[in-house]
Design a protein. Structure first.
Length: 400
């Protein structure tokens, strides 16, 4: 038998019946390497060898790593996400990787991960009782509901499943860019679209009553800004006096206060679109001037205890306000009015009322700092029943 040319590849049969093929190809390291493929039939292995050789002829390198998903995800978080993304983003990605991706897919090989593996695992995650998923491990007993085979109804939301899928998709896309894998199998898997709630919001009379009730509150100006300009909680608490020009009547939204890894951090705005300069309406200018005077009095009262942070909204000694502690002011105010809405719904109220007043959506998007106009229209905007009645009445008049 004539000798095979170098690089043609070889196929042998193992003792367990599987066929083992070997072929030399150029790897992502730039060096030629003998790669093995396996199959149940000789034809299946020959097809894999032919595909590898064709790929090599096209100049596409073959990944030479046999790393497991857990190892790759650890590398991706440390070398890519932590370096290039914001701390809050890294914290969210790290949580998804630690809680969901590593336990579910960590033992899979990066090179051989299939779309079917991802699809099956995501379906299991979406339907699993969270007591089963997170409430126990091999060192502890199962929760009663799981031990009895009667799992509770604490399922992951569609939004959370979408987030898990997004993190995996981003991780694998980086592997494609680094030529560790040839394609992103997570992109081949579809997940259910989450249902976004629009929030409750306030009517104009309710908003007026809220501001009137909050007139004596030391954070009255914060509620005015939330309702009249739609700033996010972190944007309000991260606002500096240096970004406010009361003479010209402008305000620059450029920072965001968040708690990351147990520490309050002042970082950039949520997205690039959130960085914006806004005109101050008269009601906001008046509220900010009154707040400035109140803060000056608190500075005098605090004396040496005062910490000069330059923030507009602070504690009574000048330090930043813990975002979660804002509820200490908001909840009593909300309860006095008999409301159940979240603080974030004040932002929703601003967006909705602007749209109800006929302000063009692209202007509302700029005011709110949304990354996309679709967010303005889908997540926040919903016409009131009166507005719908008015619109349908106009159509009825034109048809009658």
């Amino acid at each position: 038998m004539a000798k095979r040319p170098n690089g043609e590849g070889s196929i042998t049969r193992r003792k367990d019946g599987l066929y083992h093929g070997r072929v030399y190809v150029t790897t992502t390291s730039g060096l030629p390497k003998r790669v093995s493929v396996y199959g149940k039939t000789r034809e299946e292995v020959l097809e894999k060898i032919t595909a590898l050789r064709a790929q090599d002829n096209q100049g596409i390198p073959t990944p030479d790593t046999n790393v497991k998903m857990a190892e790759y995800l650890t590398y991706w978080l440390a070398a890519v996400v932590k370096v290039n993304r914001r701390p809050k983003t890294y914290q969210g990605y790290e949580s998804v990787v630690r809680v969901h991706l590593v336990p579910g897919l960590g033992t899979k090989k990066l090179r051989t991960l299939r779309a079917a593996d991802v699809r099956t695992w995501l379906a299991r995650v979406a339907s699993a009782c969270q007591c089963c998923k997170n409430g126990w491990d091999k060192a502890r007993a199962k929760p009663e509901c799981c031990a009895a085979g009667e799992c509770c109804d604490s399922r992951l939301s569609r939004r959370m499943v979408q987030s898990i899928h997004a993190v995996l998709r981003n991780a694998l896309e980086n592997a494609v860019r680094e030529e560790l894998i040839l394609r992103n199998v997570a992109k081949l898997v579809q997940v259910p679209t989450p249902e976004y709630g629009t929030g409750k919001g306030l009517t104009v009379p309710q908003a007026r009553l809220l501001l009137k009730t909050a007139a004596s509150d030391r954070l009255h100006a914060l509620y005015v800004l939330a309702l009249a300009m739609g700033l996010r909680r972190g944007e309000l608490l991260g606002l500096h006096w240096a970004a406010v020009d009361l003479e010209r009547g402008t305000l620059i939204v450029s920072s965001n206060l968040q708690r990351v890894d147990g520490v309050l951090q002042l970082g950039p705005t949520k997205t690039a679109s959130s960085l914006r300069t806004l005109p101050l309406p008269p009601v906001v200018t008046v509220a900010l001037r009154e707040h400035q005077e109140r803060q000056a009095q608190e500075r005098v009262a605090a004396g040496e205890r005062w910490k000069d942070t330059g923030l507009v909204f602070t504690s009574r000694v000048g330090t930043a306000i813990e975002p979660d502690n804002l509820r200490r002011s908001w909840y009593p105010l909300r309860d006095r009015l008999g409301l159940t809405l979240r603080f974030h719904d004040l932002r929703h109220t601003c967006v909705t009322l602007l749209l109800d007043l006929g302000v063009p959506p692209h202007i509302v998007r700029q005011i709110a700092g949304h990354s996309d106009i679709g967010v303005t229209m889908k997540v926040y905007a919903h016409a009131s029943l009166d507005e719908q009645r008015k619109a349908l009445g106009s159509l009825s008049d034109s048809l009658s």
